[in-house]
Ligand binder design. Sequence first.
Ligand code: HEM
Length: 587
Amino acid sequence: MAVPKASAGGVSRPPHDSGGKRPYPVLSRREIEAQIAEGRAVFILDQHVVKADAWLKYHPGGDKAIRHMIGRDATDEVNGLHSLEARRMMDKYRVGRIEGRWKNFLPPIQGGKFRPRLADGEEEQEAEYDSRTSGRKWADATVSSSDAGSSRSPSPTFDATELRNRKAGLARSGSATSLSSVDDEAAKPEPESTDGMAHLDALTRQEIKLDLAKYPTLESVTQDAIVEKYRLLNERIKSEGLYQCNYWAYGVEASRYTLLFALMLLFLQWKWYITSACFLGCFWHQLVFTAHDAGHMGITHNFQVDTVIGIFIADFLGGLSLGWWKRNHNVHHIVTNSPEHDPDIEHMPFLAISHRFLGSLRSTYYEHVMHYDAFARVMIRLQHHLYYVLMLFGRFNLYRLSWLYLLAGQGPRKGIAAWHRWLEITGQIVFWTWFGYGIVYRSIDNNTSRVLFVLVSHFVTTPVHVQITLSHFAMSTADLGVDESFPQRMLRTTMDVDCPPWLDFFHGGLQFQAIHHLFPRIPRHNLRKTQRLVQEFCDDVGIPYALYGFVDGNKQVIGRLGDVARQAAILAKCQSVLASGEHEHHH
Ligand code: HEM
């Protein structure tokens, strides 16, 4: 593959030295900021400045994964998600280094504003920009529209909805230091308070305050100590051999899958259609876990080999697109539980796990506003009753998303992952031939049984959709800003499920989701052994490790959905009171 070279963009070209013989030039914070203002994809990795512009369209992890790291120290995210070869590849894109501790910027995709390079003779206006790192000034963009015009935010001109989103971002981006100013700001009369949005903002502030009280402080000393211990923990995990895959465990998995598939065929032969459908559903339920492992390079740790294994399982056997899942899941791992950015929690108009969705947020993943419209108003108020019913149809929704992804060619169009699309399309044809034509059409002799077979086989996979949502739905969706370390954010937004070892096959690794988020490439069958080490780490750094039984976890999720449903009812009441007030006023 021809690997594109890093370009120096608009700055003086630093001596390019991928062999590490000559040191890279030290780039100032101001210089890096100016490069980002010029649209460069610059992030920090191991004290080096990496400029990924030329690589964006080749990136197997998609461009959004990188965009969420622009202006930030991405060392832990990058190390967690890449093979050694990929990390070596990144050396080619180094353009400089930094000295001292890097204070993160808020990336442009998340609304961060960056000052462009100064023209000759022009003077810096520090006061205007001094605290942008916490995203504080991003929120201020809502106050000064002239500022917005010059911003490098995703959309320089914004409408009323976006204006509100950004207001909510004021609280969203609040760090320990900016929280008091957030309160001051909220005390001022705001135009949007007339539509109930002030109520939502107050909830956001409350959520942030609760998290700040429960988790270690965001001061750099504390967060740096957490990061240091997290990296030591990773070394320990490596030295204990926990990154090495236990292939025997996959032998057991493969025998289970074969048995389930054989039983499905046997009962189909005997015309026990419903029983046959149940076995097919169990087969699919179990397969998802190995597709997930492969999607994370958690089997052989080789990107191509694991991806092909994943495509065989997901597309050929399951009819789902691994590429779609990866695109979605990669972003989810980087911005976990962020209402605006994490596609895994963006299920409007059916489900909202944060009151913030009631403010019609704009999704940076889907690049559209998730309207809280009339239909959503009905659905969200009922969501805690409808949750399991909706989960029954989870797999049908995944077909839709998979086809959209493959037909629209949303995956990498260039580079090492470009050919996967064609393999996936072949996989879809093979799947619909064996399942659609071979089983449903040819092997079943009447239409009622056909419909029942399809419905039952798909409904039986419901537990996996519940299991996926269980890991995050009940956890915090508050954004504590860019000062929070990667490990703390993962542990604050993800929970694990407590279960006996003999039930591990049923949970398929999703019961160790928090551990998996900390170390995504650890093979699934080593996660239980890693749990003990992670618990020690959590005790040491004072981060609560969320662990619930399966039933309790479900109760937590239903509780959260119920809370948001209640907030939706309160909001509706606020709005109707205001509307009737306005009506009387007119009379
Ligand atoms: C110049 C910078 C970068 C290069 C050269 C690069 C390269 C690669 C390569 C070769 C892979 C394939 C898997 C592997 O071999 O590990 C990959 C996957 C991935 N990268 Fe990057 N990457 C870069 C920056 C980033 C950044 C900043 C992030 C954000 C944290 C990121 C997130 C991901 C993710 C999530 C995957 C998983 C993709 C998958 O398995 O589907 N990458 N990257």
